[in-house]
Design a protein around this ligand. Structure first.
Ligand SMILES: *Cc1c(COP(=O)(O)O)cnc(C)c1O
Length: 398
């Protein structure tokens, strides 16, 4: 093995670990939060509606409902469907666990669909095979930031009377044909975690054009109560009714202020993410043992993640050694994701096991996410490229 790999005691490409994603907050945004901290409402105030309206406008949906996390957004979306315990929701195996957990929260059963091995997006052919009289909804995950095949998924959902939910936590700002993510499914969920495109620390949103579902989700985030604190204080009334069983999933006003300023910087951040992705594509084009995911020409990509697949036949080691070698070089690579059906919770409670979704399982052995975020400097990008070339070069079978 090449003696200069940091893993073998050589000097690393960089000394401080570069994370795979991180937030970018400027002074104007800090000021917007402080302003709300000095105002009357810390929560349930006017900033929430302002943020929701701006977000809905941006994605081209009628309603946006802000909640306390992306997971709360998924929970609210599934809850709005009034699921029965006998019902099933089809989810991709290659996603973060909360995509499927939200189905379990509501007492229904997640059914895992395999993904297309070239894109790691839910495979509509596999979805179709899983549809049966118990199926109620499909959750599509726009893995890495590329929208799923909404054309086919929408007609599948319509033909079978199912609700299509888009878990768009990776794909804010992307488009499928001419339409923006957030307007593609009946319910569309977003996360505002610091590694995502825009952040409020923790936070999430659901967008929809369905006013009834939007009101249900607004109640759900507020204990199932029909009026919020501000509405009551403004009408001078103490009376409210709890109509449904809900949670406290509210986003605060100071978080909404941050979200609003972050939204204003989204397009700029997306441009940088796409530029970095093009630089990686070009730099790795002649490395035959790593391959980027396929991107479709009828969609734009918002590059929450830049994922490469390793070709085990061309490398003298497995993914975990490449991973460790890149980490040793100071590159904070990651793996997105362990297929959800392989987690002990699902194996135990839903009798899932290896072999259920072969494409997701095979991909899991081979994928690595490289750092990509708008505040990366040219040096950061070049460090990633240099480290990948160094590590892959060392393990490449000639
Ligand atoms: C981040 C993420 C979530 C969860 O969002 P949180 O805000 O962390 O709760 C759900 N699904 C996907 C695909 C995600 O990437």
């Amino acid at each position: 093995m090449s003696p200069d790999l940091a893993l073998q005691g050589g000097s690393p490409v960089r000394s401080k670990l570069l994370p795979y994603g991180r937030q970018q907050i400027d002074e104007e945004e800090v000021a917007s939060v402080i302003k709300v901290l000095r105002s009357e409402y810390l929560t349930t105030g006017p900033m929430i509606e302002a943020f929701e309206q701006a977000f809905a406008n941006y994605v081209g949906a009628e309603f946006a409902v802000a909640v306390s996390s992306g997971t709360a957004a998924l929970h609210a979306a599934v809850h709005s469907l009034d699921m029965q315990p006998s019902e099933e929701v089809i989810v991709p195996a290659m996603t973060f666990a909360s995509t499927s957990n939200c189905v379990v929260f509501e007492g229904a059963t997640p059914v895992f669909s395999d993904v297309d091995p070239t894109t790691l997006l839910i495979d509509p052919n596999k979805v179709e095979e899983l549809i049966n009289p118990r199926t109620r909804a499909i959750i599509a995950v726009d893995y890495a930031g590329q929208p799923c095949d909404y054309g086919v998924l929408t007609s599948l959902a319509e033909k079978n009377g199912l609700t299509l939910i888009a878990d768009a936590c990776h794909s804010l700002g992307a488009r499928y044909e001419s339409r923006k993510v957030g307007s593609l499914a009946e319910l569309n969920t977003f996360s505002l975690h610091p590694v995502k495109h825009i952040t409020t620390g923790e936070g999430g949103l659901v967008t929809t054009n369905n006013s009834e579902l939007a009101s249900k989700m607004r109640r759900f985030r507020n204990h199932g109560i029909d009026q919020d604190h501000r509405q009551r204080s403004e009408t001078g009334s103490w009376f409210y009714e709890m109509i449904d069983l809900g949670y406290n999933y509210r986003l605060t006003d100071f978080q909404s202020a941050l979200g609003l300023t972050q939204l204003g910087k989204l397009e700029k951040g997306l441009k940088i993410r796409r530029r970095i992705a093009r630089e990686y594509d070009a730099a790795f084009a002649d490395l035959t043992s790593i391959e980027p995911l396929l991107t479709h020409t009828n969609r734009t990509h918002s590059y929450h993640l830049y994922v490469v697949r390793l070709d085990p036949a061309q490398l003298a080691c497995d993914r975990s050694e490449i991973f460790a070698a890149l980490r040793a070089e100071g590159i904070g690579v990651n793996v997105h994701y362990i297929p959800v059906h392989l987690h002990p919770y699902y194996r135990t409670n839903f009798s899932t096991s290896a072999g259920l979704c072969p494409a997701a399982e095979e991909a899991y052995q081979r994928i690595i996410s490289l750092p990509i975020f708008p505040s990366m400097s040219d040096t950061d990008v070049n460090d990633v490229i240099a480290a990948v070339k160094k590590v892959i070069g060392a393990y490449q079978i000639q």
